[in-house]
Ligand binder design. Structure first.
Ligand code: HEM
Length: 463
């Protein structure tokens, strides 16, 4: 075959879209698709293959895949061709401002370069004491609530814990609890409203007309004022604090040698609050749920803790040695990835795996599907932390497991989150046994993050 023939053949292959899901398969599933995209998408993948395309009205096209090459291509290898969706850069940014999560292009890159060093493992060591202090205080409250075998809604509790961890890591342990509670309440209300806007885009006109949008924008402004007050106080303070705000305040742009303005600091703080607690909270509550089903895993964690830590306090240097807890956390995020999908928009025509990705296509890396892919994971519905030993992971594609995303927009808080979850789980299992309250429905709800739809009620027994 001549070179020209070869390239023509190649071109004709690349003109094809991935197998398309016919409307006749989409329409009857619309309700299920909104309520439970995980099962419906998994069904499409089983029927049409690891990469599928679909139409969602007019000329709007999406391509969704669990193939590791696809995820790596979109998020890493050809990431310049894929911008973040408008949900993040416009809708979210309306409330949170332009911080790392919601910014794009040159501005994002400059901010990422500035902030990244503050999240390196070595820097995080300084946060161990703050995190442990928050967890210890939280355990005291939890113990009081658990007294007499009372039912506790653990999804709510873990949200509370993760919020306190991120709030105190950002603003230090000295910050007024009452202010943090008010801030937390506002952020929770705003996030709930954002979820409604994402789920019910057809009601946006009504949200605007009825004044709901404005009410929530006012709340965001109110939250912003509180954060500006903390920033202002800190600028005046002569003391050194080993927290994230100090890190943000002392960071300097390479080119100008200057630091961030108050508005920039505010926007980055808002984003860290929003991105940094719901994900960890979900991961923690799903892990506790798995504990109720696998007491043998809890036992093994306790043995590891007894061996590595004994009766002393956990130090940052111990975390690397807590290999089994790390495997448990990773396996829990495989089964219940808190961020279950990432979405991007192509800015120019592209191709992957022999298929065409036209300009303006929504490209979805279906993280949950990839983590449950039976071609990659033996018995994917079984909880087996041992999957994550170095030996068992050595032949896996980097993008067969990516709970924190990948490429330049990899979660900046990944090490922070791992550390937080290791510390929290160590304290929880050292203190309590967990029992699921009978007769409750446990169901996944994939909103912005993967939550338990009806919460998860447990009874805690002090060890
Ligand atoms: C289990 C916990 C967490 C999970 C599973 C998680 C997951 C993710 C994922 C998948 C992304 C990439 C989204 C995309 O590519 O579209 C992301 C981005 C981000 N995460 Fe996390 N995250 C977690 C915890 C945290 C924490 C604790 C923080 C902060 C303290 C944080 C801050 C951020 C920020 C700022 C971004 C945007 C980064 C950028 O685009 O430059 N996350 N996270």
């Amino acid at each position: 075959m001549s070179t020209i023939e070869k390239s023509t053949e190649q071109k004709s292959v690349n003109q094809q879209l991935p197998p398309s899901i016919p409307m006749i398969k989409v329409l009857p599933n619309l309700k299920r698709l909104v309520e439970n995209p995980l099962e419906v998408w998994k069904g499409y993948i089983e029927e049409y293959g690891d990469i599928v395309s679909f139409n969602f009205g007019g000329s709007n096209r999406g391509i969704m895949s669990i193939h590791p090459e696809f995820s790596q291509h979109i998020l890493q290898k050809n990431n310049k061709n894929y911008i973040k969706s408008k949900v993040q850069t416009e809708l979210l940014a309306q409330y949170l401002g332009k911080g790392l999560l919601t910014a794009d292009g040159e501005y994002w890159l400059r901010q990422r370069r500035l902030i990244q060093p503050g999240f390196h493992r070595a820097k995080l060591a300084a946060l161990t004491d703050i995190m442990q202090q928050v967890i210890d205080d939280f355990m005291v409250d939890l113990e009081a609530k658990a007294e007499g075998g009372k039912e506790i809604e653990m999804a709510h509790e873990m949200m509370e814990l993760a919020f306190r961890v991120v709030a105190k890591s950002l603003f230090g342990t000295e910050t007024n609890d009452e202010l943090l509670t008010r801030l937390g309440d506002r952020i929770t209300v705003i996030q709930k409203f954002l979820v409604r806007q994402v789920r019910q885009p057809y009601l946006r006109w009504w949200f605007n007309w009825s004044g709901k949008t404005q009410t929530h924008l006012d709340l965001a402004e109110d939250a912003g004022e509180m954060i500006l007050q903390v920033i202002g106080d800190r600028r005046k303070s002569k003391e050194e604090y080993d927290d994230l705000l100090d890190m943000l305040l002392s960071a300097r742009y390479e080119d100008t040698g200057e630091g961030m303005t108050d508005r920039q600091l505010l926007e980055e703080c808002m984003v860290l609050f929003a991105a940094g607690h719901e994900t960890s909270a979900n991961s923690l509550v799903w892990t506790l749920y798995l504990f109720t089903q696998h007491p043998e895993v809890v036992q093994k964690i306790r043995e590891e803790l007894a061996q590595v830590i004994g009766n002393r306090k956990i130090a940052f240097e111990d975390l690397r040695q807590l290999e089994y807890i790390t495997q448990v956390v990773k396996e829990s995020m495989r089964m219940y990835p808190p961020a279950w999908v990432t979405d991007r928009l192509s800015v120019a025509d592209d191709e992957i795996l022999g298929y065409k990705i036209p300009k303006d296509t929504v490209a979805l890396t279906f993280i949950y599907g990839a983590h449950h892919n039976p071609k990659v994971w033996d018995q994917p519905e079984e909880f087996r932390p041992e999957r994550f030993t170095k030996e068992n992971m050595k032949d896996k594609h980097k993008f067969s497991y990516f709970p924190f995303g990948g490429g330049p927009r990899l979660c900046i808080g990944n090490n922070f989150a791992m550390m937080e979850m290791q510390l929290a789980i160590a304290s929880l299992v050292q203190k309590f046994d967990f029992k699921l309250v009978e007769n409750q429905q446990i169901e996944m709800q994939p909103l912005v993050t993967l939550r338990p739809k009806y919460g998860i009620k447990m009874r805690l027994r002090k060890k």
